[in-house]
Design a protein around this ligand. Structure first.
Ligand SMILES: [Zn+2]
Length: 138
């Protein structure tokens, strides 16, 4: 599938560091300096205590599929279907869930609880967008 098909992300002051890091293959989430809660997607304010004292931390290590869906609908002419979209959580970052396309296995192999690694691929507008690679151990 060519992930460059679609609408480019809206980059704001709050999300610009995220997209810059994404271009370097790093997944960033916000961590609240006041209460320590992690937060995603970035918006410059803590979802737990509403502090605006947020710092960026890099997500490392594997994630685990929290939920998923398989898309069979060809939303755009160049879209290859089917593919799986997974919602991934990270043991080291409670509260953070990141959505992205699942790669490295057939969509029907997607399962709740499976381990995945963060990967990035070229997205719309030249942005690197997060996706997930099945297995995580490879
Ligand atoms: Zn907080």
């Amino acid at each position: 599938m060519d992930a460059t098909v679609g609408i480019p992300p809206a980059v704001t002051e709050e999300t610009e560091p995220f997209w810059t890091a994404a271009g370097e293959g790093r997944l960033l989430v916000e961590r609240c300096s006041a209460c320590g809660a992690d937060s995603f997607p970035p918006r410059g304010i803590c979802r737990t205590c509403r502090s605006r004292d947020m710092a960026w931390v890099e997500v490392t290590g594997r994630g685990r599929v929290y939920s998923y869906t398989v898309n069979h609908q060809r939303w755009l002419p160049d879209l290859e279907v089917p593919y799986a979209i997974v919602l991934v959580e990270f043991p080291d970052h409670p509260g953070v869930r990141v959505v992205g396309r699942l790669r490295g296995c057939p969509p029907e192999d997607a399962a709740i609880g499976m381990e995945v690694e963060v990967g990035f691929e070229p997205g719309p507008g030249g942005f690197a967008i997060p996706s997930f690679v099945a297995g995580g151990g490879a």
